[in-house]
Design a protein around this ligand. Structure first.
Ligand code: 6R9
Length: 650
């Protein structure tokens, strides 16, 4: 099957979905012709303690940039995710927790999730955490991670979840940047049968002299009951010391729609990771709406998103979207390959999962393990499949469709970003014909465009840079503590438009094909890494003079990390040195940023004005020596010849 082949929506499938093609085009038309009316209707899906009268107040003009939605309304995100379901669904399952150990799972009702969240909120309050305070959450994938997020939302505190795979150094810089007063963590996490020393990492982070932190409370959830040091006055065991002493109910703060719900750090093309800030009303409206429409979610169904809550996908489609909709959301602690490569499919069988949402990198890794690993599990509960995080290659798409889905279920390839809060481009199952590898079309109320390098709109079938020309409620509002950086990063490249940083192609049917990042961000196994961040980490090694990092195509990870490193004169480029450099990156960022290749070189290719020519470094890493483009501005062309020789010998 060629990848331009269209997989038509079958009549039977369409009849069975919330949105068929006719309904979808009516919704699109309303969203375009009467955006305020459209978004007002959408926002009514939430419970507002004070209804809004204003819908949208937005300017993308860099001189007057502001983004506000529903900004005189009040609501509480936690109430919308928990309390409001209690009258009718107290005993429905809110969370299914599948532990790393396949012998352990838990079913948690909405009533239980409500009580646990209230208790955690009361513990935070009792220890002085107030509305507006920032709380860092550094947790494994356990239900308490969701309670922690919702507990913050309940009392009006701002959470910032840091992925449990980040190093103490990376954790410390995030704690410092957001000025957190508390950290919620666990004694240890469990992944693939191995313990992750989360509390010990928090201790290290808070002990680092180069970061100034104000953390007064480290709340530690007992996951493994490992013996860990506790600092008197600062550290508190959740179950052993706190949970039972507080009330099982906690009043919720009425929040303004534009009050901050969370900050989530993500990598950009330059500098330190940015604190992407999302607010309450628009974000929750948007993730609730997209969770229902994109996944065609119906009450009672089991929804499983395999992301980690440390990434935006976990925020929007494990916690906030599903719970706002009264769904049953599955939280998986483990990894796809433990105890073996059929784990995902076993979990689908065990918990009768209806909707499964994962990343292409996981699919590519599992594809290699053979179809039998999939087929030995019963997947008859499945109804819909989703993909997120990076472009999905048609080969992986077709495997997902034919093997995992037995050729029966639509795949929603969902394009979005930490900055967008929720899905922007995706098929609507039942309404959109599918093309393997294409995220298809914008959702109703989303207006993308493709522009050339000068910002001119391209029409029809074309390829260029992806921008969004108008706001949607889930859009980020600012970079925490650096509004100018928000403006400069997203609204200056193409004035009046939000620049995504992605390249895209549009075909003759108006379908979008995301081609990947056009900036210095690389996407390794669906994780965003800034090349500048990895370079800064490598530079921390005393023997390193200079480093340049680029992405290169990788069969499983999508992109791998290729680092060119120049050492001090006289230092030998040995294997031991390579290992030392990798260790520095692990220490500064974490294992996800570990370079796949270290290429020692006496010099980097530079222009006469001293700029590193990354375009050339990318081509060499890609093994494309014939297509180096214009090299006439190189200060010393012999550097390139030496690099090519070095690459060939690897
Ligand atoms: C949700 C998430 C965002 C970047 C984005 C793009 C890539 C995400 C994609 C996709 C092609 C898809 N990306 N989904 N590319 N098709 N369906 O992943 O957020 O971690 O911020 O990454 O990921 O390059 O710009 P985030």
């Amino acid at each position: 099957m060629s990848h331009e082949e269209i997989i038509k929506v079958s009549k039977a499938a369409a009849a069975n979905t919330l949105t068929d093609a006719t309904k979808a085009s009516a919704i699109r038309a309303q969203a375009k012709d009467d955006p305020d009316g459209f978004w007002t209707d959408v926002a009514k899906r939430l419970d507002w303690s004070k209804p809004f009268t204003r819908v949208k107040d937005v300017s993308f003009d860099a001189k007057d940039l502001h983004i506000k939605w529903f900004d005189d309304g009040e609501l509480n995100a936690c109430v919308n995710c928990l309390d409001r379901h209690l009258p009718e669904r107290a005993n429905d399952i809110a969370i299914i927790w599948e532990s790393d150990d396949p012998a352990t799972a838990k079913h948690i009702t909405y009533a239980e999730a409500f009580e646990e969240t209230c208790r955690m909120a009361n513990v935070l309050k009792a220890r002085g955490v107030k509305r507006g305070d920032r709380v860092v959450i550094y947790m494994p994938m356990i239900p308490e991670a969701a309670y922690a997020m919702l507990a913050c939302a309940r009392i009006g505190a701002v959470h910032s979840v840091v992925f449990g795979g980040f190093s103490p150094e990376a954790l410390a810089s995030r704690i410092e940047d957001c000025g957190a007063v508390a950290v919620i963590t666990a004694d240890e996490g469990m992944r693939g049968g191995k313990a992750v020393p989360l509390k010990a990492n928090v201790d290290k982070a808070l002990g680092l002299k180069q970061h100034k932190t104000d953390v007064r409370l480290v709340l530690t959830v007992e996951r493994t009951n490992a013996t860990i040091p506790m600092t008197a006055g600062r550290d508190l065991y959740y179950y052993g010391e706190a949970r039972n002493d507080v009330a099982p109910e906690c009043p919720a703060e009425a929040m303004n729609a534009e009050d901050t719900l969370f900050i989530l750090y993500t990598s950009g093309s330059t500098g330190k990771p940015k604190g992407v800030l999302h607010t309450t009303g628009g974000y929750l409206t948007y993730v609730s709406y997209t969770h229902e429409k994109v996944f065609d979610y119906r009450l009672g169904e089991i929804f499983w998103c395999t992301a980690d809550v440390g990434w935006v996908t976990g925020h929007s489609y494990i916690v906030y979207g599903p719970l706002a909709n009264g769904a049953t959301t599955l939280i998986f602690e483990g990894v796809p390959t433990y105890p073996d490569a059929s784990r995902f499919w076993q979990v689908i069988e065990k918990h009768q999962v209806n909707i499964f949402y994962t990343a292409p990198t996981a699919l590519r890794a599992l594809m290699r393990e053979g179809d039998d690993m999939v087929k030995k599990a019963d997947r008859s509960s499945l109804r819909l499949l989703g993909s997120v995080g990076e472009p999905i290659n048609p080969e992986a798409w077709l495997w997902y469709y034919n093997v995992v889905g037995d050729g029966k279920h639509p795949i929603v390839d969902t394009w979005w970003q930490t900055e967008t809060g929720g899905i922007l481009i995706s098929p609507l199952p039942g309404a959109t014909d599918l093309k393997p590898g294409s995220a298809t079309q914008p959702l109703p109320g989303v207006f993308p465009a493709i522009v050339d390098a000068n910002g001119n709109f391209l029409d029809g079938a074309c390829e260029g840079n992806l921008v969004i020309t108008d706001s949607w409620p889930g859009q980020m509002r600012t970079v925490y503590g650096d509004h100018q950086r928000f403006i400069d990063t997203y609204f200056k490249t193409y004035p009046g438009m939000y620049f995504t940083g992605d390249g895209a192609r549009r075909d003759a049917d108006g379908y979008y094909w995301i081609t990947g990042r056009v900036d210095d961000v690389i996407n390794v196994s669906g994780h965003r890494m800034g090349t500048a961040e990895v370079e800064a980490a490598i530079d921390e090694h005393d023997a390193v003079v200079e480093a340049a990092v680029v992405g290169f195509p990788h069969d499983v990870k999508g992109q791998g990390i290729y680092a060119y490193v120049t050492l001090l004169a006289g230092v030998e480029p040995t294997e031991a040195m390579e290992k030392e450099i990798i260790d520095v990156v692990r220490r500064e960022i974490g294992p996800i940023a570990k370079p796949d290749h270290i290429h020692f070189t006496p010099a980097l290719p530079k222009t006469r004005s001293g700029k590193i020519m990354r375009r050339i470094l990318r081509k060499i890493a890609e093994n494309e020596f014939g297509a180096l483009g214009d090299t006439s501005t190189l200060a010393d062309p012999s550097v390139v010849d030496a690099l090519i020789e070095g690459r060939k010998n690897r």
